[in-house]
Design a protein around this ligand. Structure first.
Ligand code: ADP
Ligand code: ADP
Length: 231
């Protein structure tokens, strides 16, 4: 589904180039729950940004279903970001003066879809992530875990083909984190492709494929979950 070929990303740090991704080659498969792990600063977020078209490459190629997204025009990449992928961040960042329902619906309106259709789907998504009762509350009026559930709903509103999640449980309690992981796992069982960055071993156990990143390179790939031979 997503293919990275010799992907490099360097940052100009003033005195020298810092290589945050060093010739990464990676294949991600449709329907997989892919987890990216590695120590802090190893380049996990950088890799997620490159694979999802949220950041530009220094060199290399990124393909989504055979199309080179790193060569997309501004218009094509904007469409890709709002319709083909959903993104969930550790820091959540919902719009503070919109209700949870409005936050979930927002990218649907931006995509130019009909109001009633988006509204209906946003309600269904809030139901799915278990916060329908909080639909009319502002983010500040619910817990961090409930905010993150709304953020997952928002990421799903345009029915993306893949969800990228960058430490989605990182700012949450153990209990709230488990709820988020259960939601993601359940979505994946219903064939949603997911690519998640995490530090959390428990979260990594949900993976079909575990990609280990160290110092800007892929250190190894473990096949678990549906690929595991002993299930
Ligand atoms: P991780 O997600 O594994 O913690 P990141 O991908 O965020 O790692 O960062 C990898 C490395 O690249 C880190 O050393 C970080 O400081 C550096 N880095 C990330 N973004 C930038 C940037 N915009 N400018 C300079 N250095 C950056
Ligand atoms: P995370 O914990 O999710 O990996 P980080 O704290 O590493 O997030 O990075 C947050 C943001 O800051 C990212 O957009 C990243 O590109 C940027 N960033 C990280 N390290 C640096 C750096 N050394 N210089 C500039 N920007 C950075």
């Amino acid at each position: 589904m997503i293919k990275a070929v010799n992907v490099c990303k360097s940052y100009d740090t003033g005195t020298a180039q810092f290589h945050a991704a060093k010739s990464v080659n990676l294949d991600l498969y449709e329907g997989d729950f892919t987890v990216i792990m590695g120590s802090s600063g190893s380049g996990k977020s950088t890799l997620l940004y490159l694979l999802s078209g949220l950041d530009t490459l220094t060199s290399g190629e990124v393909y989504f279903k055979g199309q080179r997204i790193d060569e997309y025009s501004e218009k094509e990449i904007t469409y890709f970001r709002s319709n083909k992928i959903g993104y969930v961040y550790q820091s959540i960042h919902l719009i503070p003066d919109l209700t949870l329902l409005e936050n979930v619906a927002f990218p649907g309106y931006v995509a130019g879809r009909s109001k009633s259709e988006v509204h209906h789907q946003a309600l269904n998504l809030l139901e799915m992530v278990g916060i329908a009762e909080q639909a009319d509350r502002l983010p500040s009026q619910v817990s961090g875990g409930q905010q993150q559930r709304a953020a997952i709903g928002r990421a799903l509103i345009n029915s993306p083909e893949v969800i990228f999640a960058d430490e989605p449980t990182g700012a949450l309690s153990q209990e709230q984190g488990t709820i988020i992981l259960d939601i993601l796992t359940d979505m994946n069982r219903k064939s949603q492709s997911i690519v998640m960055v995490t530090h959390d071993i428990k979260a990594a156990c949900r993976a079909d494929r575990l990609v280990l990143v160290e110092d800007g390179s892929i250190h190894g790939i473990l096949e678990l979950g549906k690929y595991s031979t002993d299930q």
